[in-house]
Design a protein. Sequence first.
Length: 470
Amino acid sequence: MLDVTNGGPALRTRRRPSIALRLTLAVTFILLLAATAALWSAWNYGVQAANEAYDRLLTGASLQIAERISVADGEVLVDLPSSAFELLSLARNDRVFYRVVGMDGETLTGYPDLPLPEEAETRAATAYETDYSGETVRAVMTTRQIAERGMNGNVRVIVAHTVQERIALARDIATKAAILVGAAALAIVLLAWFAVRYALAPLIRVERALLSRDPNDLSPFEIETPREIETVVDAINRFTRRLDRRVSAVQSFVADAAHQLRTPITAIRAQAQLAAGEESPDRLRRINKRILDRSIAVGRLADQLLSHAMVTHRTDSEPRERVDLRRIAIEAEQETRRFADAAAELPLLDLPEEAVTVAGDRFSLREAVKNLANNALEHGKPPVAIRVAAEGGRAIICVIDHGGGIAQEDRASAGTRFRRNRAASSKGASLGLAIAHEVAVSHGGELALRDIENGGFEVSLSLPLAGGRP
């Protein structure tokens, strides 16, 4: 957010959460989910364990009562043993209920309204849960089969008690599990924090290496890092290499401009001083002619310097698009026509009917062809032609003149900046071939120089063809 204070803009930056904090929060969130699931499971396990423990007490009590059932004189007698309720009395906060149901469904002893299971079963012991006396109770029903003379049937014994102690036991189990899970989760979070800090320690080394560097040192980093961070260091190195190329290009441009422009500008000023004191019309016309020639040379030099700087800048920054080289040739011819001398013979166009398409930067390609055309007009002999063709799976755009061209011994270094060929005149700085060479290389192509039959010289850009229509 931009805040204007004391008449000047100040950029407020908000501190972003660190990777360590984000990872720790993520681990904490996952642990919270796991702890919630563990506590829910612990509570269910506690309830199940409490039910199993107390159901066994109820089952034991009901079996003891069932064993004391007897038949005398055709009547079912129940002798309640005191030991049957001793174990149940351990649950001090629970109340105990019992009921013995005879073969005819009448209550022989106990609480007559104590509910039976909804579905009577023939198992030896049936545990169930029901509501009685305004409370939830847990009960076990045991069946005792009576087979006596004139008497045959089942006597059912139900023993029940309330569930406060069960809940307390389940809560105790869940609480202890929660303490263990919480302690384990806290330990895991702390360990995760230290582990993340340890894992991210190489980033701190990279930061220190960056901060300790001299601002003018753009050499690649040589620092040992884990595999996961090597990509970061490689990206930094690629960036510094691009930055180094940009800085070197700017420094080179400033040095070249200062070196190349100083001499012709000094000469123009000296000629202008002579013209200011000259009285002879003939001599004044000759001086003015020299000033005009040098001004044209300075203009061409400045245009080439700026063109070369722009091409260098666009090499890494501009995306590639589908370009028809016929359009490039037309635009380069129009640019040449606009800046050429009035008496100069303009280049001819030799274009095919079908499109010749490449993937490239329109501006850079146009500047390369324009500079080749200007070189041909300045150093070669007319007629000059710009030809476009597709040959051997390559896109060719070339400039042809009928001069002697560049000497064989100078062609290997023809793409070097400010390297004059032996046939060149004193005008300009011979930047045209350097611009064309850089454009060709940045587009995955090459700059070729060759003599043609019947006299003449050809400079061509050979580029990879792009399939399809432009």
